[in-house]
Design a protein around this ligand. Structure first.
Ligand SMILES: Nc1nc2c(c(=O)[nH]1)N[C@H]1C(S)=C(S)[C@@H](COP(=O)(O)OP(=O)(O)OC[C@H]3O[C@@H](n4cnc5c(=O)[nH]c(N)nc54)[C@H](O)[C@@H]3O)O[C@H]1N2
Ligand SMILES: Nc1nc2c(c(=O)[nH]1)N[C@H]1C(S)=C(S)[C@@H](COP(=O)(O)OP(=O)(O)OC[C@H]3O[C@@H](n4cnc5c(=O)[nH]c(N)nc54)[C@H](O)[C@@H]3O)O[C@H]1N2
Ligand code: SF4
Ligand SMILES: [Mo]
Length: 770
């Protein structure tokens, strides 16, 4: 059989480019006609791991990528997306010219026409309805230089503060959680901590699919510490990452906060806490302890989480017994309407056990997009660049002074968040939307509501490098250069600022995002002169970023492009005190940004889901990713290798639910919530998901699962609750869907609608209802 496959690969009749990888693998060489003339050292532009790579260039086009062996993050390795990234640049889905829609069709135009048309429209709207009637959505996939420029223009040039990013769908809860606990955003950790921890707890983080190169750092652990670390995976779904676990915790959907509080209860009950650390480094212990001991006894927590009391004790003992415990999380935690508090609960657990500011000991938010971290520091969305506060007079004055603008220009408050912008469009308050490097028509929850809102706009401007679903709906399209066609920096999860070099010229008429903004600003009287006169190159922009950050927690002042390249990235803070950067925050002598310099222990409560399972919609829908595809697939859908591996959406359902629907793997079914439905999903019958749960990837616009998801947001971070909503499934044999027995529904409703803090305990209510 294997021979047969190999024969197929080396058969000359087969189109060369389609099987190029296999051929290369077989012969261990690069097909001659694709051998690059030069290799340009750069950084991967997909995920927040931030791997170092070389881009192979031939005849002005990227033709290869290969890992950079000297890079401290990836040591020469890349995942399948990094390995095929050059193909993304030359994809047939690219846009090469600005466009304007006429008679329902996008037509290529010159930049001058696109900018004149858009600026006239923006001015007309702002004159009629006020400055804030124009809104902008940015992204975690720009270079820092791009979105620093964009933020500066939107906030200080267009003077609207209705500005937010797709990062609100992603990292906002981590930002707000860190702020609550430590007084500032900023992951305190290093990837190196995966190599030093003796216990690693991965919560709602499927790193095997989504941050694969991180496994390298776990693999090094045994070599360094002499023993394999214990890995705890907390996830309602037995993800690929769960395969790595010593302890798998199949938690009830979105009950993580209760689980963590329960672990804290056991640790304090047993006297396993780190009293000295609590005393020296934290505040609020007394109230925290009282809150936990009153409300989160293990018996209660077992009911909420579905994890046995005995197992809770085992997990608590493992975590508290570690010399250094690392807890790392991503979307299973952030994407929740109690995401912010769940993040702070994870910080609480780290704090009471003294797991902060040491090798291998940290609460670590892993970032998603290549530059999610950069937007947090310099995005000008939820804070003023350099982690400054809109509401703080000094912060505004200092920032204005550094960039030489009147301080009256700096907004005194954050404007609407992403979901609030959509609501304001729906109400008719916002008339113009400028969407940059994000594709809301696939990635935003509750698509019917979103689509209704967007129809009400006077103008939709989309700035994209590819013909995305949202770009297709644009009135004006600004065609952007993408990764490898522009120069600048990305900052990864461990605060490492990496240099991404330009390897080829932008496609057609497209320009770098920073240049689009700078050129556009010239159509608004005096704005270019006020904001961008000094920006003659990417490095000029980086120099301003350095000045803006000097003396702040995210201090870049000691960096330069040259130094970043030499060192393979630099972790902030980087200044005279830490000229080569700093691996960890909150180490000895490095205080939190709270009033007393101490980390806060916070009394936080688990809350039931906004939408409970019920008789019409008795199952819970979980959504997420797979290793081969990137988000809305604009970048991956034309890459043969990736698409061959994951060509279409699927739905994972438990064998018991499959039995109720009388379906088998490969059959097609429909999924629906009270908001929308998706037809023709291919069934994968698997015990990976619990009975009553199902999982669908959100990558595929053809099977738009965000038509089904719920518009329910964390009130502190505004992050959507993407991972849970009530659905039903419909098969050919069961067109009425799954019917849940009455008893179970009653129990479910009681579970969903009862707070632990209320008069009755959950256990009592369930007993009563039954
Ligand atoms: N291949 C690939 N890699 C990517 C991306 C991509 O699109 N493709 N995107 C990047 C981006 S922007 C991001 S944000 C990251 C996301 O990376 P991850 O957060 O790892 O990705 P997800 O698949 O969205 O969700 C992670 C896990 O959360 C679990 N989960 C669901 N509900 C709960 C719950 O209630 N509790 C807990 N504990 N877990 C739960 C899911 O079952 C899933 O296994 O990936 C980045 N890397
Ligand atoms: N149901 C569900 N929905 C989700 C999630 C989930 O887990 N479940 N996850 C959420 C998360 S964490 C995220 S991060 C979002 C991601 O959602 P999106 O941000 O919508 O996803 P992308 O496909 O990465 O969109 C990026 C856009 O930028 C374009 N682009 C690429 N490079 C460039 C460039 O250099 N310049 C410009 N101007 N454009 C460029 C791409 O073509 C693409 O259209 O999805 C969110 N939606
Ligand atoms: S792990 Fe992330 S940064 Fe590394 S190659 Fe893959 S997508 Fe790129
Ligand atoms: Mo994300």
């Amino acid at each position: 059989m294997i021979k047969k496959i190999l024969n197929k690969f080396i058969n000359n009749d087969i189109k060369e480019d389609k099987y190029a990888y296999s051929k290369d693998l077989k012969f261990g060489t690069i097909a001659k006609d694709k051998a690059p003339d030069t290799w340009v050292r750069s950084t991967c532009g997909y995920c927040g791991v931030g791997c170092g790579l070389y881009i192979g260039v031939k005849d002005g086009k990227p033709v290869r990528t290969k890992g950079d062996p000297s890079h401290p993050v990836s040591h020469g390795t890349l995942c399948p997306k990094g390995l095929t990234e050059h193909e993304m640049v030359v994809s047939s889905n690219r846009v090469s010219s600005p466009m304007i829609k006429k008679d329902g069709k996008l037509n290529a135009v010159e930049w001058d026409e696109a900018f004149t048309h858009t600026s006239n429209k923006f001015k007309e709207i702002q004159n009629k309805y006020g400055k804030n009637a124009v809104a902008c959505i940015s992204t975690g996939q720009f270079l820092t230089e791009d979105f620093y420029t964009l933020g500066k223009f939107v906030q200080l040039g267009l003077e609207t503060n209705n500005y937010d990013g797709n990062t609100t769908l992603c990292m906002a809860s981590a930002v707000m959680g860190y702020k609550q606990s430590f007084g500032s955003d900023g992951p305190p950790s290093s990837y190196e901590d995966f190599s030093y921890a003796d216990v690693i707890m991965l919560i709602g983080a499927n790193i095997a699919d989504n941050h694969p190169i991180l496994k390298l750092h776990i693999a090094k652990n045994k070599k360094i510490t002499g023993k394999k670390p214990k890995i705890i995976v907390v996830d309602p779904r037995f993800s690929k990452t769960a395969n790595m676990a010593d302890v798998f915790v199949p938690i009830a959907p979105r009950s993580d906060l209760a689980l963590i509080n329960g672990l804290c209860y056991i640790i304090m009950e047993q006297g396993w806490e780190d009293t000295k650390f609590i005393q020296d480094k934290t505040s609020g212990y007394k109230e925290f302890r009282k809150h936990i001991m009153q409300k989160y006894p293990p018996q209660e927590v077992a009911i909420i989480t579905g994890i046995d009391v005995k197992e809770l004790y085992e997990i608590a003992q493992l975590y508290a017994g570690a010399n250094s415990a690392l807890s790392a999380w991503t979307m299973g935690v952030n994407q929740s309407s109690i995401g912010t508090d769940t993040v702070s609960a994870i910080c609480n657990l780290a704090l009471i056990t003294g797991n902060l500011g040491r090798k291998g000991a940290s609460p670590f938010s892993i970032t998603g997009q290549c530059n999610a971290m950069g937007t947090r520091e310099f995005g000008f969305t939820s804070s003023i660049p350099g982690y400054r506060n809109f509401a703080n007079d000094t912060d505004r004055a200092v920032f204005a002074d550094i960039i030489n603008v009147p301080s009256s220009l700096i907004p005194t408050a954050r404007g609407y968040s992403y979901p609030q912008i959509i609501d304001a469009i729906d109400r008719g308050e916002i008339k113009a939307l400028w969407v940059t490097a994000t594709n809301p028509l696939v990635s935003f929850p509750d698509q019917n509501k979103l689509r209704r809102a967007l129809k009400k706009l006077d103008i939709l401007v989309v700035q994209d490098a590819f013909m995305s679903e949202t770009a297709l709906e644009a009135d004006v399209l600004f065609s952007a250069a993408t990764w490898s066609e522009k120069e600048g920096t990305y900052t990864n999860s461990e605060r490492r600022c990496n240099y991404a070099k330009k390897a080829v010229e932008p496609l057609g008429k497209s320009m770098s995002d920073a240049n689009i903004v700078i050129e556009f600003s010239k159509y608004f009287e005096g704005k270019y002169e006020l904001l961008f006169q000094n920006f003659q190159s990417s490095e000029d922009i980086f120099e301003e970023i350095k000045k803006v950050s000097a003396g702040q927690l995210c201090d870049y002042s000691g960096m330069s492009y040259k130094k970043i390249e030499e060192l393979g990235g630099i972790q902030w803070p980087c200044n005279t005190l830490y000229p080569e950067g700093k691996k960890r925050l909150y180490t000895d002598g490095f205080e939190c940004k709270t009033e007393d310099g101490k980390a806060k222990l916070l009394a936080l409560d688990w809350q039931p889901l906004a939408e409970s399972c019920n008789q019409s919609f008795p199952l819970n829908l979980n959504t997420g990713r797979t290793v081969e595809q990137w988000h809305t697939r604009t970048k991956t859908k034309t890459i043969t290798l990736l698409n061959d591996l994951a060509p279409q959406a699927w739905i994972e359902i438990n064998p018991l639910d499959a039995k109720k629907l009388e379906v088998e793997s490969g059959d097609k079914i429909t999924i629906a919530s009270s908001r929308g439905l998706v037809d023709g999903l291919i069934v994968k019958v698997t015990q990976v998901v619990r009975e009553g749960d199902c999982f669908v990837p959100f990558h595929f616009s053809e099977q738009l699962i965000n038509a089904v998801t719920i518009a329910d947001f964390d009130p502190k971070s505004f992050e959507p609750n993407f991972k849970q909503c009530a659905v039903n499934l419909y098969s050919q044999k069961h067109p009425q869907g799954i019917k849940q027995e009455e008893e179970k529904v009653v129990a479910e409703i009681a579970y969903q609608s009862t707070k632990v803090s209320q008069e009755y305990t959950v256990a009592e209510v369930i007993k009563k209802e039954n």
